[in-house]
Every structure is written in C-alpha cells, then in structure tokens.
Design a protein around this ligand. Structure first.
Ligand code: DOR
Ligand code: ZN
Length: 419
C-alpha cells in the first residue's frame, strides 16, 4: 500500500475547513488530496493538527508523587497534545547536560506523546552543550515553586540574549520583577495577588521588550502586562487557561486550586487577556500544567503554587468558540499553529512533510470537565464543571494514541526530536 494510513474528513488547511483526505507514511503526512480510496472516514468531524504545549511541568524525576512522564503525557494526549515541552524545575534542576541526559533516560521510557526538555540556568551558568539538545531555555526572573531564580541586571540580560541570538532555541522568561515580589504569607487569592502585584509583571515585561531581542514571555496575567506588550517587536507571549477562566473571585471548592504564580487576578485583568489573545498581542496558549497533590493543596497558606491543565487547555478554548469569546480560526492559531511555529515547526499543520500528529473533534460534543475523568496524577482541577470539547481520536506520527476517548498508545512511544 502506498500509505501506512489514510484519514478523511473536514480538514483544517490554510485557515479553512475543506473535505479531504490525508495520506500518512512513516509517521509523516505525505499526501493531502480530495480523496484517498480506503481512507478511514471521519465524515463531518473536524481533523486538526494536534497541539504543541510549550509549557508543562511533568515533575519527573524528583517529584513523581505529583506527576510522571507517563501520566503527564497521557493527560496531554487526552487533551489533544502531541508534543509537550517540559520545564527544568525538577530534581535535579536541569541546567547541566548530565541533568538533561538523566531526564531523557526517564522520559524516553515513559512518554506516550513527543516531548522536548527545557534547560534552565543556575547561578548564571549556561551549559551550551545542554542548550543544543533542548527546544528552549527557561529563565525564572522571580522566586516561585521549585524555580531557580536568576537575577539578571540589564548588562547580564543583554549579554545572555546576545549569546542566545546565535541559537535557534527560544529564550523563555517567567516575567515578574523579583524586587516587587513579596514572599510573605497569603491567606487567600487576594493576598496572594498583593504579594505578587501586576506592577511586578509590567516592569519585567517592559524590561524584556525594551531589549528588542528575540524572546518569549510565559504566562501573561494582567491588564498592565498586556499594555506592556503593545511595544513588542517580534517577541512572543503566552497566556494560560488558568488566567483566562479563573479570577481571585472564582467560586471554587478549594481556593488553593487557583493559587498560581503569577497569580490569577481581577475580572478586568481576565477580560484584558481575552482581548489581547484575540487581537494578537498575546500569541499563544500554554497550559503551564503544574500539578501538586490534593494533600499539598489542602491549606491555602502553605500550599505550593501551580495548577494542572495540559488536558483541559484545548478543550476549554474550543468550547469558548461557541460562547463567542474567540473565533474558531483564532482558537486554532493560538492553540495549535502558533506554538508549533515558534517551538516545534515539524508539527502543527496539515501539510506534506509535517509529522502526522492529528486530532479529531466534534465541535458539537460539549461536555463538562470532571476531575475524576482526567488523567493527571493531581486528581483535581479548578475547571470542574466548565464546558469543554475533548478530542475523540488523537494520532502522533501516524500512531493512534487515543481512539474513541480510550488510550490505545504505548509507553515509550514518545520521541524527543531535539535530543
Ligand atoms: O505557580 C507556579 N507553579 N508557577 C511557577 O512558576 C512554577 C510552577 C510549579 O512548578 O509548580
Ligand atoms: Zn510554569
């Protein structure tokens, strides 16, 4: 047979839905045609490229009571994600090549979807051997759960960005000004927000944009942050569903479920984020999947910051199309096309030569999110009861991973294209 697999349905190509068929060989899309005889026919269901999630914390090695590479990538697959980029704040913190090798050893045996491994910096050490095998570099500008802060003054920041200009790897910043972040106690979401004010984000974003260098800003959370993005010149920025769907006034069974750094803020901030996501000041959506155990989240004051979300990001945003919060085309751009273009260009579009990473969705199949139906080890979600469009089937490099909502993949199938 000419193809290993062929699928037909409503294909999303060049910003439009068209009836067509996709021929797949050796994990790649090798043909996109009107028809392919014998193709598995999805009828009027939509076939989209799968999503790359540029920001997840899979906790492995070191914190596998919270998540591991199997459960984290399983959760990703159920959310239509075929590639996750894992942050370096595991144990050991990944900033040396040996740390990367150790994580690769673990991940390659457990991952069910593709992945890349960030490197970080500790004590301003940039290990260029490690960097070459990573999709991106992560810099924490302020203290946060498990992060290693690098206080870069303007000279150091420019020096680093000049070095990074010689690499294809993206430089990603957790943008909060550490001088404006208080690490004192917080009893609720409002106090947590006071400890980490939007001015801290605004200052850090302004500083980063002012460099004029190529970089990416993680999780924008505020109207002030969005304003500072007006001056961006080629830089990119992301927002998370936590900040798009939750506020400090959210009615949750446990407020600690919405404790995250940078914090969820006011309705006005949330609305500004939606505006910026629609108009392009914010380029893409990352989940910032940051699971912690239910026990750790029991007490607000002592609970670590972080919210799981790799499984619910695409489903929540697709369900928002029906509510008029975003167009279908813009949703596909910010969830799928933009993250792939920036971080993983062999994925993210239905085109000959690209990886055959595909998801099948029925936009009318809206369901409520239930924590006990999700696959992260966390076992909780602040998005309980919210509307979602989960993919029915998920393919990674032509291999079926989710079929009719059931896991049909295998541990260790996931590959790291950078390593
Ligand atoms: O809330 C957060 N949790 N923010 C971060 O920057 C780190 C993350 C984590 O790893 O738990
Ligand atoms: Zn994060």
């Amino acid at each position: 047979m000419e193809y290993d697999l062929a699928l037909s349905g409503r294909l999303y190509i060049g910003g439009e839905l068209v009836d067509g068929a996709i021929g797949i060989k050796d994990g790649k899309i090798v043909a996109v045609k009107k028809q392919i005889p014998g193709a598995l026919d999805y009828g009027s269901k939509i076939i989209l490229p799968a999503r790359t999630d540029p920001h997840v914390h899979l906790r492995d090695p070191g914190f596998t009571q919270k998540e591991d590479f199997f459960t984290g990538t399983l959760s990703a697959a159920f959310g239509g994600v075929s590639c996750v980029l894992d942050m370096p704040n595991t144990d050991p913190f990944v900033y040396r090549y040996s740390h990367l090798e150790e994580k690769e050893h673990v991940a390659s045996r457990k991952a069910v979807v593709d992945y890349g491994l960030y490197v970080g910096m500790s004590n301003n050490v940039l290990d260029e051997k490690a960097l070459k095998r990573a999709p991106a570099l992560k810099i924490f500008m302020a203290p946060t759960t498990g992060g290693v802060v690098n206080e870069l003054d303007d000279v150091a920041l420019n020096y680093l960005l000049n070095i990074m200009a010689d690499y294809p790897q993206v430089t990603v910043f957790h943008a909060e000004d550490s001088r404006m972040v208080k690490e004192g106690p917080a009893g609720d979401l409002k106090e947590h927000m006071r400890n980490r004010p939007s001015e801290a984000e605004e200052k850090a974003v302004e500083r980063l944009i002012w460099t004029g260098k190529d970089l990416h800003i993680a999780h924008i959370t505020s109207e002030a942050g969005v304003e500072a993005l007006k001056k961006k010149s080629g830089q990119t920025a992301e927002v998370t569903p936590s900040h798009l769907f939750l506020t400090m006034d959210s009615d949750l069974e446990n407020l600690a479920y919405a404790k995250v750094n940078p914090p969820v803020r006011t309705k006005r901030d949330r609305d500004a984020l939606w505006g910026a996501l629609r108009d392009g000041r914010i380029d893409m959506v990352s989940s910032d999947h940051a699971p912690h155990t239910i026990a750790e989240k029991e007490e607000f004051e002592t609970s670590p910051s972080g919210i799981p979300g790799v499984e619910t990001a695409l489903p929540l945003i697709l369900a928002s199309v029906k509510k008029g919060l975003i167009t279908f085309e813009r949703a596909v751009e910010v969830l799928i096309e933009a993250p792939a273009r920036r971080f993983c260009p062999q994925k993210g579009s239905i085109e000959e030569g690209k990886d055959a990473d595909l998801i099948v969705v029925d936009m009318k199949d809206i369901r409520e999110i239930r924590a006990d139906e999700l696959h992260s080890k966390a076992g909780w979600t602040p998005f309980e009861g919210m509307d979602a469009v989960f993919p029915q089937d998920v393919y990674v490099r032509g291999g079926i991973v989710i079929k009719n909502g059931n896991f049909e993949g295998e541990r260790g199938f996931g590959r790291n294209p950078w390593f």
